[in-house]
Ligand binder design. Structure first.
Ligand SMILES: [Cu+2]
Length: 340
């Protein structure tokens, strides 16, 4: 009985100390909360930290107490006491954790349904991951962008997909995370609460430049967001090649193809138009519009010698329209021979 009181006091002391420390704000270790969802996630996480602090004290308390009170004394060579089972204790340590886990399950399910349920008037943004790029389309406005612009305090549903491997959309300040899977569309709902600049990361290892698969996110006041929409909806002023340059940016082509002659994951685009290129099968071909088109929508059909087909996403045909392809080809052609 004396030992039980002693160890209980020790456990209580450690628990209170850990809670006091948590009270000073474990969430200072986390990025700021910039979405409605982040408050739910952090509340749940915070509660679990308090429970974990108690479990920590339970283990450490018993251990420290035993180290000190039951340590071996000089001349003590006997065995410890032997005992078998303690039904009360076993029932308690089964029922109590079961209750706690069920409580969190119910709470978590409620939160999950709160943060995933659609609101009326949500903004739809289609998000396409590819190696190693995020592309954002605003279907209601016919806009594509390489940067994610969001209005503050309005729910946005991100419809996530991928054209190659599995990627995962994650902005730490929004807390929620969702996979972008080829052939499927997964919704992720976010209501940003703080204007500012953030960064999307890919949270699924997806190849060579996975850790550089970043995109800027900008959460804006509604008026600024509307102004941005207007500026984007204005018809392009430049020629086809300029539209192509924009598309190359939005679709992440420039992550693998340089326009300054340097070699990257893919061949440079500088000065290739009209030149001969050796293909991996030994044949030689003149780079013209048809070849460029084929290389974009079916990169496996003709592989440039020295490069592996593994690297170019094979499914750009799914996201690029005919007009997009014309523009891209015009852009690459504009970087042709005479530019060298
Ligand atoms: Cu990725």
């Amino acid at each position: 009985m004396k030992h039980l009181l002693g160890v209980s006091a020790l456990i209580a002391a450690i628990t209170l100390a850990a809670w006091a420390w948590l009270g000073t704000g474990f969430d200072k270790l986390l990025p700021i909360r910039a979405s409605e969802e982040s408050f739910y996630v952090d509340r749940l996480l915070g509660m679990q930290f308090y429970v974990i602090a108690f479990l920590f004290a339970l283990i450490i308390g018993f251990m420290l107490y035993s180290f000190i009170v039951f340590r071996r004394r000089p001349g003590d060579d006997g065995d410890g006491d032997h005992f078998h089972g303690n039904t009360t204790l076993e029932v308690v340590w089964t029922v109590v954790p079961l209750g706690v886990v069920l409580y969190f399950a119910v709470l978590g399910t409620g939160y999950l349904s709160d943060i995933t349920s659609p609101e009326t008037d949500e903004l739809v943004v289609e998000v396409t991951g590819s190696q190693w790029n995020w592309r954002f389309d605003y279907p209601e406005y016919g806009i594509s962008s390489a940067e994610l612009f969001l209005p503050v305090n309005r729910q946005t549903v991100l419809e996530l997909t991928s054209i190659d491997v599995i990627h995962s959309f994650w902005v730490p300040e929004f807390r929620v995370k969702q996979d972008a899977v080829p052939g499927m569309v997964h919704p992720l709902r976010i209501t940003p609460t703080e204007t500012g600049a953030y960064v999307v990361r890919c949270a699924e290892i997806c190849g060579l430049d996975h850790s550089y698969m970043l995109a800027d996110v900008s959460v804006m006041e509604t008026a600024d967001f509307d102004a941005w929409l207007q500026s984007q909806m204005a018809p392009p002023t430049g020629g086809l090649a300029e539209v192509g340059a924009e598309l190359a940016q939005v679709n992440g082509c420039l992550g693998c193809h340089s326009i300054d002659g340097s070699e990257n994951t893919g061949p440079t685009w500088l000065g290739i138009y009209g030149e001969e290129v050796y293909l991996a099968d030994g044949s030689e071909i003149i780079i013209d519009d048809a070849y460029l088109r084929a290389s974009i929508i079916d990169p496996g059909s003709q592989i440039v010698a020295g490069f592996e087909n593994v690297s170019m996403p094979a499914n750009f045909g799914a996201v690029l329209s005919d007009a997009d392809l014309d523009a891209l080809v015009a852009y690459i052609a504009s970087l042709g021979k005479d530019k060298e």
